[in-house]
Write a protein that binds this ligand. Structure first.
Ligand code: ADP
Length: 633
């Protein structure tokens, strides 16, 4: 018997395979089970037209057997088997896929469930085995053959004994090392969980003899004497895979519990999902199960969180978290997609750039968006719950990518309204706008309670207009990205032109400012470097002062931007507004008349610090502030 060498290019490929194509060694089992399933598929396909096969659909199965003593793992199928020539061609030349040929020769289009197509999966066995033996008897042949290899050096093919048609693959596992544990692949629980993880929906049963233990029957005397129970082991054949994927079942057969149970099991969430959708799409063809969790995972708003859906091709798990299937703003969605249309690449792992995948992703995005809109319309309470958990992510979505996705997301937004502190959508706000109302008003602050105290809200509220309370850091950035909604512009209650001032009042204030130009100049001078100007306010009613800003950056945005871990600090152009109707203004006027510029300076600082405190900002020099108060008291 002569050891045959692998063809040169195959040898190189094999080395590469073992060391780099796959990221997880455990997938060897998936590959071997997929091959076995393909082989059964081929014989099953024949059995439909050929009585000589002599097997019914339920006779087909894949068997796994682990033997700890000999450190071997055996995978057996009663599929089509391989002739000597096929062993030579399929396993002697790497990257020669028999399945690919079979598909082409038989022009399989319909009901084509064959998984393999690259001719490399088999070799993943060498990631965990030092020796691989394949004993196979082809359908219609009397002689079985054995293929044996210890890796890159080559392989032998000899005649062998085997009763029935099919293939048996025996892996002699590598010894454990410091970094790698191979023995675990002999553990029945590990095997079970691998089959469930990767091959749960292979459509033939994957069976294994599992060892369990049970208490032995006790005699009456032993029971009375309360003797401890003795245990005995027994063996039971179990089918490890569930075969028909939930998402391929008929929707009418499935109950809410089935979907919920599947979710908690599969995605390790103790909480039931808030919402699920079962989708069977035609163009592009895919089945999907999508879930919205009821709570944000603890790491959701951190860098550690990985978005993605599970991706299956014909019931075989290809990728656990395919991030390309979800846009960032829908990163909270969990679930899976199964498609037969994917052109898999060599390791069934890296198919990010697949065009088909992009088409599917687009369709999934649309589905999620529609589901959310439906929920908003029909299940308001649920939607608000969703919004509390994941609304932030949608607002980030509006702001990021230069506002590219705002149209898709704007109808999903909610903000707290000044009316009863209820959550409202932009659409609801706009439909509730009064005829004379020009803008969508908003106010920013750390909480609704805090915003209510802002002097700037007085005028808008007095006009009876609703205000949106923006309490998350991202809010104002999102609003600025939107600019407008249904032709209505957004307007901060701190903006200089609220569209409420009447012309008469404007003139009046203007005249007053001219009258007091000397005073305003002196105040501005005292606050040089802190504010860009001091003006008389048209919006204040009872409060003495408030702080607003000119230009693009608001005070709230300044706070947010400066809390980010960069060196660059920004400053809003601050404007100190003084209420000309307030007593304090009279006081300032008399100081101005008396020419007491020293006191005017002190008042200016105090008023500015007060305005800062009302805004929820910190004052630069608290000691000076407190000394000034004492002095003037
Ligand atoms: P692929 O499955 O991508 O075609 P593999 O390297 O896994 O590539 O397998 C190469 C070929 O060997 C398969 O296409 C198939 O023809 C044959 N083969 C592998 N495993 C079996 C099996 N259990 N029974 C019959 N043929 C098999």
């Amino acid at each position: 018997m002569r050891t045959k060498k692998f063809k040169a290019e195959s040898k190189r490929l094999l080395e590469m395979m073992i060391h780099s194509i796959y990221t997880h060694k455990e997938i060897f089992l998936r590959e071997l089970i997929s091959n076995a399933s393909d082989a059964i598929d081929k014989l099953y396909f024949k059995s439909l037209t050929d009585d000589k096969v002599g097997l019914n659909k339920e006779d087909f199965a894949i068997w796994i057997k682990a033997d700890k003593e000999s450190r071997t793992l055996k995978i057996t199928d009663n599929g089509i088997g391989m002739t000597e020539e096929e062993l030579e061609n399929n396993l002697g030349t790497i990257a020669n896929s028999g399945s690919f040929k079979f598909k082409n020769e038989n022009k399989l289009e319909e009901d084509n469930q064959i998984i393999g197509q690259f001719g490399v999966g088999f070799y993943s066995a060498f990631m965990v085995a030092k020796k691989v033996t394949v004993i196979s008897k082809a359908y219609g042949s009397d002689q079985a053959y054995q293929w044996e290899s210890e890796g890159v050096d080559g392989y032998t093919i000899t005649e062998a004994e085997k009763q029935s048609t099919g293939t048996e693959i025996i892996l002699e596992l590598l010894e454990d090392t410091d970094d790698e544990n191979y023995t675990e692949f002999l553990d029945q629980y590990r095997i079970k969980s691998l089959v469930r993880k990767y091959s749960d929906y292979i459509r033939f049963p994957v069976k294994m003899e599992c060892t369990h233990s049970r208490p032995k029957e006790q005699s009456e005397e032993d029971k009375e004497a309360k003797k401890p129970l003795e245990y005995e082991e027994y063996i039971e054949v179990e089918t490890l895979n569930s075969m028909v994927p939930l998402w391929k079942k008929n929707k009418t057969e499935l109950k809410e519990e089935d979907y919920k149970h599947f979710y908690t099991e599969k995605f390790f969430d103790y909480n039931e999902p808030l919402k699920y959708a079962h989708i069977s799409n035609e163009m592009p063809a895919y089945n999907a199960l999508l879930y919205i969790p009821s709570k944000a995972p603890f790491d959701f708003y951190s860098k550690e969180y990985e978005k993605g859906l599970q991706l299956y091709s014909n019931g075989v798990l290809i990728m656990d978290k395919c991030s390309d299937l979800l846009p960032d703003y829908f990163s909270f969605v969990k679930g899976l997609v199964d498609s037969e249309d994917l052109s898999l690449n060599i390791s069934r792992e890296m198919l990010q750039h697949d065009r088909q995948l992009k088409v599917i992703a687009k369709s999934i995005e649309k589905t999620i968006s529609n589901e959310l809109k439906k929920m908003l319309k029909n299940e308001r309470e649920k939607y608000e719950e969703f919004w509390k958990a994941f609304g932030l992510q949608l607002k980030y979505g509006i702001y990021s990518d230069y506002g590219m996705n705002k149209e898709k997301l704007q109808d999903l937004l909610m903000f707290t309204s000044s009316n009863e502190h209820k959550l409202v959508t932009l659409d609801e706000y706009v439909s509730g706008m009064r005829e004379e109302q020009k803008y969508i008003y908003y106010a920013t602050g750390e909480s609704a309670a805090r915003i209510e105290q802002l002097p700037q809200t007085e005028l808008v509220k007095d006009n009876g207009f609703e205000i949106l309370y923006l309490t998350d850091n991202i809010d104002e950035f999102a609003i600025k990205s939107l600019r407008q909604y249904k032709d209505k512009e957004f307007k901060s209650v701190s903006a200089d032109d609220l569209g409420l001032e009447n012309a008469e009042k404007k003139e009046e204030i203007k005249a007053k400012e001219e009258e007091n130009s000397g005073l305003l100049e002196a105040l501005g001078k005292a606050l040089e470097g802190k504010v860009s100007k001091v003006i008389l306010s048209q919006r204040l009613k009872s409060h003495p002062v408030c702080l607003t800003s000119e230009g693009e950056i608001s005070l709230e945005m300044e706070k947010v931007l400066n809390s980010m871990p960069t060196d660059q600090k920004v400053q809003a152009q601050r404007v100190l507004e003084i209420n000309p109707e307030h007593e304090i203004f009279g006081k300032l006027q008399s100081l101005d008349k008396a020419g007491d510029s020293d006191k005017i300076g002190k008042y200016a600082k105090l008023l500015y610090d007060q305005a800062l405190l009302i805004e929820g900002m910190s004052i630069e020099d608290p000691v000076e502030f407190s000394n000034l108060i004492c002095e003037l008291m």
